[in-house]
Ligand binder design. Structure first.
Ligand code: AN7
Length: 371
């Protein structure tokens, strides 16, 4: 059957009006790749999978939320959407607005978004507004403006976003036949960890304790399809780690610009996901994040953007330190594609390229030098 996207696939688990048309680009159904070399290298006898969300249509997990948020906005008669973004949300908003024939306004921090994301927003013809400030400043402005103007906010404070993003947990359960023992995610604005937990709750056994917050959209469907739920691990960049500080970070800084966020909007949901699942937050230096990005590319052939590699940096350290038990199954979400941020990747590349004359002998000499 022709796959059109996650709305048609999971419509009965999404509280969209029945007559809402899907604004879709074939998002979802991303591969769950089992790592083969790294677990052997580190002597881990369990299983580590990466959910490669970089293979969504705009190259990040944001497409899952955006297809639902834009479909709902269009159905409600909205003509324009707006978001603040560290880059990926703006790329997704731009694409889905184009698809829907709507106008998109995106606020991004000047000079602090990766090149690929800037290109994506630019080519779509959406209205790009660069602000002299960070994501948190943009978020504050968007919240204020949307009260005063007829524009739909498509940041994850829009509950349709988390509804769409929860479907990644559904796909993982379908592939594994159960939830993993641990689920590791990078945490920025904290929407994704909240969405995964919502998805796992909906598919898994009834929660032993109730969430401290219960918005109407949090627990839509509760048809149990598996009998376990994962422990949720939220990993942050050390320079942008409000969950580790216990309060917002005023001037967040990290090379992983996607998660350069100091005041996460889904604070309570994310806290609930971690505490209810028996999980934890941890933080990682930029060097650890970049090392994990390179390890994945060089040992497994999987190229994700820096922020995404935070999940693997965390999982590997917590395996080594014994927080993640031997023999367990671990899923790390790789939230965005490596090509989003070519500048950081090129700076990390092994060496300058070898340049030789276009002669067999010259190339042969170069090969022999490397053998
Ligand atoms: C690759 O695009 O917030 O914790 O404005 O792009 O759900 O925020 C991006 C977030 C992780 C963090 N990995 O997810 C934005 C934006 C990548 C990301 C995150 C983002 P949340």
């Amino acid at each position: 059957m022709h796959y059109t996207g996650l709305i048609e696939r999971y419509r009965e688990r999404l509280p969209l009006p029945a007559d809402a048309q899907a604004v879709a680009l074939g998002e979802g159904r991303t591969p769950l790749i089992e790592l083969q070399n790294i677990p052997r290298d580190i002597g881990f006898d369990g299983r580590i999978y990466v959910k490669f969300e970089g293979l969504n249509p705009t190259g990040s997990f944001k497409d899952r939320g955006m297809t639902v948020a834009v479909s709902a906005a269009k159905h409600a008669g909205s003509k324009a959407i707006i978001c603040a973004s560290t880059g990926n949300t703006s790329a997704a908003a731009a694409a889905y607005a184009a698809r829907a024939g709507m106008t998109a306004f995106v606020l991004i921090p000047e000079g602090k978004i990766a090149l690929g994301k800037l290109a994506q927003a630019g080519i779509s013809g959406c209205e790009v507004i660069q602000i002299r400030g960070n994501f948190d400043d943009g978020m504050r402005i968007v919240r204020g403006l949307s009260d005063a103007m007829p524009i739909t906010v498509v940041n994850s404070i829009n509950p349709w976003r988390l509804q769409g993003q929860k479907t990644a947990a559904f796909e993982i359960i379908e592939e594994l036949g159960r939830a993993p023992d641990y689920h590791c995610l990078p945490v920025g604005n904290a929407g994704n960890i909240s969405a995964y937990w919502m998805g796992y709750r909906e598919m898994g056994p009834k929660a032993p304790v109730e969430l401290p917050i219960a918005p109407e959209h949090f627990d839509y469907a509760r048809t149990q399809v598996c009998d376990n739920r994962p422990i949720m691990c939220g990993y942050q960049a050390a320079g942008a780690a409000p969950f580790l500080r216990g309060e917002p970070v005023l001037a967040p800084e990290t090379i992983a610009t996607a998660i350069r966020i100091g005041a996460p909007q889904s604070w309570d949901y994310a806290q609930a996901a971690v505490s209810e699942s028996g999980g934890w937050f941890a933080e990682f230096a930029d060097e650890d994040i970049l090392a994990a990005q390179k390890l994945l590319a060089s040992r497994e052939g999987v190229f994700c953007e820096p922020a995404s590699a935070t999940s693997v940096a965390g999982a590997l350290r917590d395996i080594r330190q014994g927080h993640i038990r031997p023999g367990s199954s671990v899923v790390c979400t790789l939230t965005g594609h490596g090509l989003k941020d070519p500048d950081v990747a090129i700076r990390q590349a092994a060496a300058d390229p070898t340049v030789v004359d276009a002669e067999p002998a010259a190339v042969e000499k170069a090969l022999q030098a490397a053998l």
